[in-house]
Design a protein around this ligand. Structure first.
Ligand code: UDP
Ligand code: MG
Length: 321
């Protein structure tokens, strides 16, 4: 029997457990042809999420596994931990708050059986606020302008990945991650399906606007070095304009003389050039910061326990299978 893992990253999700349990029971009942693993990752929650996970594991050790990370690393790294520990032939990533409906799982499995490696679910009719929806639309447009790799809009982490995709993703150890970009980058046979995003049932969203902005920036920086080129293009353009302006001044001064000292023009030029330089330095700085973080070659995360056992190294875990 083929084994499918459902990966569930969790940060302060104690309120989501009743809904989650209900949904996973449905998955078991409605898809008996598969061996199911529910792999929860506790991403440094400050509430009772860990205790709840331990309870589920105790009640049904055949299906529930949980990783306890040593602190809050963010969803991207929590998923990376999940890729490392998942034992299934395929993996479905779902949000702990069950905003991703389990109804589409049979459809995902169907396409997987037909030979697709990455069955991604695209949101249809979002319940998000207007502002969040629009900014996300614009963001995808901008991102797509910069890169040849096709990017799926309104598509998040809700997808089924074949083992081949998981192994590919596991080799990409960067710590400044934008996993959405990685799914596209690794390629493999992709199939899109649609789903209706659910309202969050319990608890609150964990994404502050700052975290979202960070994710968005990481997306661009991880995808492309085009902004670096933008800096040079901007530089050339500004120099060119300055050159035209220089000629203009020479001509005008020779024809009409210089009546007033050129204070305004100097100010405008200085401010404009100063701004342009700051932008360019900022762009370079963003990349440098990423190089700096990656060059430390730190592991993306530390696990403090796996299924309640401490000191489990990834290698030990792999030997168990
Ligand atoms: N999450 C996580 N670590 C974090 C923040 C979020 O593992 O630091 C998980 C969270 O528990 C949930 C998923 O990421 O399973 C999506 O988070 P959330 O529902 O808060 O985001 P939203 O749906 O509002 O975009
Ligand atoms: Mg959510």
């Amino acid at each position: 029997m083929k084994k499918v893992t459902i990966l569930l990253p969790a940060y302060n999700e104690e309120a989501s457990f009743p809904v989650l349990e209900q949904c996973m029971q449905r998955v078991l009942k409605e898809n008996p042809g598969y061996d199911w693993e529910f792999l929860m990752v506790n991403d440094g929650s400050a509430d009772n999420t860990l205790q709840q996970m331990a309870r589920l594991r105790q009640e049904d050790p055949a299906h529930w596994n949980y990783i306890n990370l040593s602190r809050n690393y963010g969803k991207e790294l929590a998923m990376m931990a999940g890729f490392d520990y998942a034992t299934g032939d395929a993996l479905i990533i779902m949000d702990f708050d069950m905003q991703h409906p389990v109804d589409v799982i049979p459809e995902m499995l169907k396409w997987w059986e037909e030979g697709y490696d990455d069955v991604y679910a695209t949101r249809q009719g979002s319940t998000e606020k207007w502002f969040k929806r629009k900014t996300s639309q614009w963001y995808y447009k901008v991102l797509q302008m910069f890169t040849r790799v096709p990017i799926q809009q309104n598509t998040g982490d809700f997808r089924l990945l074949d083992r081949s995709c998981i192994e590919a993703l596991r080799q990409m150890r960067e710590v400044e991650r934008n996993t959405k970009g990685m799914y596209s980058w690794i390629g493999f046979r992709k199939k899109g399906i649609y789903y209706q995003q659910q309202e969050r049932q319990a608890g609150a969203s964990k994404w502050s606007n700052r975290a979202l902005l960070n994710l968005a920036l990481n997306g661009i920086m991880a995808y492309t070095t085009a902004p670096l080129r933008l800096a040079s293009i901007l530089g050339v353009l500004i120099s060119f304009c300055a050159f035209l302006y220089l000629i203009y001044i020479i001509v005008v001064t020779n024809l009409y003389g210089e009546p007033v000292a050129g204070y305004p023009t100097i100010m405008v030029t200085v401010l404009f050039l100063g701004g342009a330089q700051l932008i360019c330095i900022g762009v370079i700085g963003e990349y440098l910061a990423r190089v700096f973080n990656e060059s430390k070659r730190r592991p993306g995360y530390f696990v403090s326990s796996y299924n309640g056992e401490r000191n489990v190294k990834r290698e030990d875990h792999e030997k168990q299978d």
